[in-house]
Design a protein around this ligand. Structure first.
Ligand code: ATP
Ligand code: MG
Length: 466
């Protein structure tokens, strides 16, 4: 972070300095986890469900933090503010304003933000010092904390913007106004909270609206709701497409998947064509790669650099389409990070592709936050799983009561010969699978974050060779 005195921090946040030297300087990281507080840093105390950060104020200062951002008095140097996220936002905005040379890109969409952000960051880092969040640091806490990591050496910010309601993305865009905005897709993630896909589109399109006239809106031409955002921005439009026929300037053609589901394609841009092979798994990473390519191209990267960078990029964030081959010949796809209807379909597609030489099993948990369409969405996914490939999945294991409609949907498919199995929890799912798996079988593990099925995937991976 750029060095700021406590007096400056108090002024920017409208806070009150307590017990501190106004000239003491914060130059280290701003954190909300006291265990990560370090020399010269600022610890923002947040009252959570389980614990209250204010109780750790002294520990953070003992660990070297210069001061604490707090909403109630603490005994150590602190800046007292009314609202911590608002104070972080104000601080982040002041850092952005102090660094006018930094080029800011925001990435949003219902699925694939983190995957795309990680790809884009690995390209943009080749152009110069880049700050990008770890994992899904994309909300009113993670976003300003990421922005605050920028300093005088920073050239690019590649940010992930999330929304659970109208106005959220507009807010994040005020914290760090992007000149480049990427919108991936409009899907059912959190659709229940939004009240339908049109509302999701309204919210995601706030990124397009926030872009300036000299900015660039990078839009997925294959998603009509995203393409329609072209009418909501003053920025120049650049589209990308993985459809066989398209007039988008950034495209993927000749898309194919290797045995492990890694996509290869020809990247087409106005500058020419280049072959790309991704290290990531699943065809859904093709649009993500195109979005990253379009952004890097706008930032000045040439076609060869983009193709090379995409081919070198690795999965930086855990539990998204991790493919693990056990010595006994079983393959485990750990996609347990999160789930919504689009990402489950994408994962089932990848599962079916990987299982061409064996049988496909899926351990699926509940997809959260779908609102009134939840039951129907689960049934549709179950039906999709029973129809995929030549004969559907060999086994579909639904974990937990709320995931049971998956099985009802699968059973709707009369011709399906696979097994529909209910498991009360992950351990039971593992037990059901244990005496069924044979070499060359492939197992997908996926559910919403709340289900924490990554432990199930880890257990399956760990069973290698047994
Ligand atoms: N373009 C895409 N279309 C459909 N599914 C995708 C796409 N990209 C990634 N996924 C899948 O969606 C899930 C989440 O991916 P990722 O973490 O990149 O998305 P996200 O938008 O950052 O999610 P979150 O809202 O939880 O931060 C993973 O299971 C991944 O395999
Ligand atoms: Mg994310």
């Amino acid at each position: 972070m750029i060095p700021l005195s406590l007096a400056q921090i108090a002024r920017v946040t409208g806070g009150q300095l307590c017990h501190g030297d106004p000239d003491a300087v914060v130059s280290g990281e701003v954190v909300i986890d006291s265990r990560r507080a370090g020399p010269g840093g600022l610890f923002a105390a947040v009252a959570g469900e389980r614990s209250d950060g204010h109780d750790f104020a002294a520990a953070a200062v003992a660990a070297g933090a210069t001061a604490v951002l707090a909403t109630r008095p603490v005994t150590v140097p602190s800046v007292l503010v009314a609202d911590v996220p608002a104070a972080l936002a104000a601080l982040a905005r002041s850092v952005v304003d102090a660094l006018p040379a930094v080029r800011i890109a925001g990435i949003t969409g219902s699925s694939g933000k983190t995957s795309t952000k990680d790809l884009a960051a690995q390209l943009v880092e080749r152009l110069g010092p880049t700050i990008a969040p770890a994992g899904s640091y994309n909300n009113e806490f993670g976003h300003p904390l990421t922005v605050l990591r920028a300093d005088a050496a920073t050239r690019y910010l590649v940010l992930e913007l999330s929304a659970r309601g109208i106005g959220h993305i507009a807010y994040l865009c005020r914290v760090a106004p992007p000149r480049y905005g990427v919108v991936l897709n409009v899907g059912h993630a959190h659709a229940g909270e939004f009240g339908g896909l049109d509302q999701v589109a309204r919210a995601k399109g706030e990124l397009a609206e926030a872009l300036p006239a000299d900015g660039v809106a990078i839009l997925n031409a294959d998603d009509p709701r995203v393409l329609a955002m072209a009418g909501r921005t003053e920025a120049r439009i650049v589209t990308f497409s993985s459809a066989p026929v398209s007039d988008a300037p950034v495209r993927a053609v000749d898309i194919r998947l290797d045995d492990l589901g890694r996509p290869g394609f020809t990247l087409l841009t106005p500058e020419g064509a280049a072959p790309v092979t991704l290290r990531l798994h699943g065809a859904h990473n093709v649009p993500n790669a195109l979005a990253a390519a379009a952004l890097a191209r706008e930032l000045g990267m040439d076609l060869d650099g983009i193709a090379d960078g995409l081919g070198a990029a690795v999965a930086r964030s855990r539990w998204r389409m991790e493919v693990h081959q056990r010595p006994d010949g079983v393959t485990v796809i750990n996609d347990a990070y999160n789930a919504n209807p689009e990402s489950v379909r994408a994962a089932i597609d990848a599962l079916a592709h990987l299982a061409q030489a064996g049988r496909a099993f899926a351990i699926l948990g509940h997809m959260a936050e779908l609102g009134g369409t939840s039951r129907a969405s689960h049934e549709d996914i179950g039906e999709y799983a029973a129809r995929i490939g030549d004969s559907g999945l060999a086994g579909l294991i639904a974990v937990g009561e709320e995931a049971a409609p998956l099985l009802d949907g699968a059973r709707r498919v009369r011709s399906w010969t696979g097994e529909a199995l209910a498991a009360p929890d992950g351990a039971a799912a593992l037990e059901l699978l244990a005496n069924r798996l044979k070499p060359s079988d492939v197992v997908l593990v996926k559910a919403s974050r709340a289900a924490h099925l990554e432990g199930v995937a880890a257990a399956l991976e760990g069973e290698a060779g047994q």
